[in-house]
Design a protein around this ligand. Structure first.
Ligand code: UDP
Length: 251
C-alpha cells in the first residue's frame, strides 16, 4: 500500500459539477467512489472540503466585514461536509464530521486524538470549519489536519485543475516553473521534492494551480512544512483522478 493514511482536500467548487455554485449530486456521488474504494482497501481517509461553492470571504462583500465573511465561508464548509458524509453513509461508509467551530448537534468538536482514533477504526473523518480562524483558507486547514493526523499524503482535488506543484505562485509570478519531471496528467505519478508551505500569506512558496483539466489531483506526500518551522521533505506526486472511472490511484 502506497499510503497508510491520507488527507484529501477537495475544493467546494469541485462539488458544484462545473456550475461553480451549490452541490451537484451526481458529482458528489462520483467523488464518494474513490474515497469508498480507498477506505475499503484499508487506507485511512481524512477529508477537508472547501466552501467556495457557497461562499468565500475574500472580496465577498463591501458591506460585510472580512471576519464575518470568513465565518460564513467556514460555515459553508460545514454544509459541504454534511453533504459528503450523507453521500458516504448512503454508500455504507462509516464517516464522522468534526468541526473546528463547535456546533453541538451538527458536528463533533474537532479533537485530534479522537480523530486519529476514528481513522484507526477505519472511519472516514471530514474536518469541517476550516482552521476555525478567519484569514485562512481550507488549503491551510488541510495542511494543518494532515500534520495533526500524521498523514502520509496530502492530496488536493481542485476546480479548474492543477497540473502540478509549482515553485512559486504561477498566477503572480510568470517565472514560476513546474519542477521536473513534470507531473503527468493522467494515471501516472511523478515525484517532486521541494519544500512547500501552505500557510497562506506566510511563505513565498505556494503550491498552486494552473488551469488544465478539472480532473487532476495533485498529491503531496508530505511532512507538511508550516512557516518554515518544520524542515519539510515533500515528496509530491501528481496523479490523476479519472472523472469517468472515478478511480483515484492510491495504491
Ligand atoms: N475560511 C476561513 N478560515 C479557514 C478556512 C476557510 O476563514 O481556516 C473561509 C474563507 O472565507 C474561505 C472560505 O472559508 O474563502 C471557503 O474556503 P476556501 O476558499 O478554502 O474553499 P475552496 O476554495 O476550497 O472551495
Amino acid at each position: 500500500m502506497l499510503y497508510r493514511r491520507i488527507l484529501l482536500k477537495l475544493s467546494g467548487e469541485a462539488l458544484s459539477g462545473g456550475s461553480g455554485n451549490g452541490i451537484d449530486e451526481a458529482t458528489l456521488q462520483r467523488f464518494v467512489v474513490p474515497v469508498k474504494a480507498a477506505a475499503a482497501r484499508g487506507i485511512q481517509v481524512g477529508l477537508v472540503i472547501g466552501g467556495g461553492n457557497f461562499f468565500r470571504g475574500v472580496g465577498a462583500s463591501s458591506v460585510i466585514d472580512r471576519v464575518s465573511a470568513d465565518h460564513m465561508g467556514m460555515l459553508a464548509t460545514v454544509m459541504n461536509a454534511l453533504a459528503f458524509r450523507g453521500a458516504l453513509v448512503n454508500q455504507g461508509v462509516a464517516c464522522r464530521v468534526m468541526s473546528a467551530i463547535p456546533m453541538t448537534g451538527v458536528a463533533e468538536p474537532m479533537a485530534t486524538h479522537q480523530a486519529v482514533r476514528y481513522l484507526e477504526e477505519g472511519v472516514v473523518v471530514i474536518f469541517a470549519g476550516g482552521t476555525g480562524n478567519p484569514f485562512f483558507t481550507t488549503d491551510t486547514a488541510a495542511a494543518l489536519r494532515a500534520a495533526e493526523m500524521d498523514a502520509d499524503a496530502l492530496l488536493k482535488g481542485t476546480h479548474s485543475g492543477v497540473d502540478g506543484v509549482y515553485d512559486a505562485d504561477p498566477r503572480t509570478n510568470p517565472a514560476a516553473t513546474l519542477p521536473s519531471p513534470r507531473p503527468a496528467m493522467r494515471g501516472v505519478t511523478a515525484f517532486i521534492t521541494r519544500p512547500i508551505c501552505f500557510i497562506d500569506g506566510l511563505s513565498p512558496r505556494v503550491a498552486v494551480t494552473a488551469a488544465t483539466s478539472s480532473s487532476t489531483i495533485a498529491a503531496i506526500s508530505a511532512s507538511v512544512s508550516c512557516c518554515g518551522r518544520y524542515s519539510a521533505r515533500i515528496a509530491a506526486s501528481a496523479s490523476s483522478f479519472s472523472a469517468s472511472s472515478g478511480l483515484l490511484p492510491l495504491v
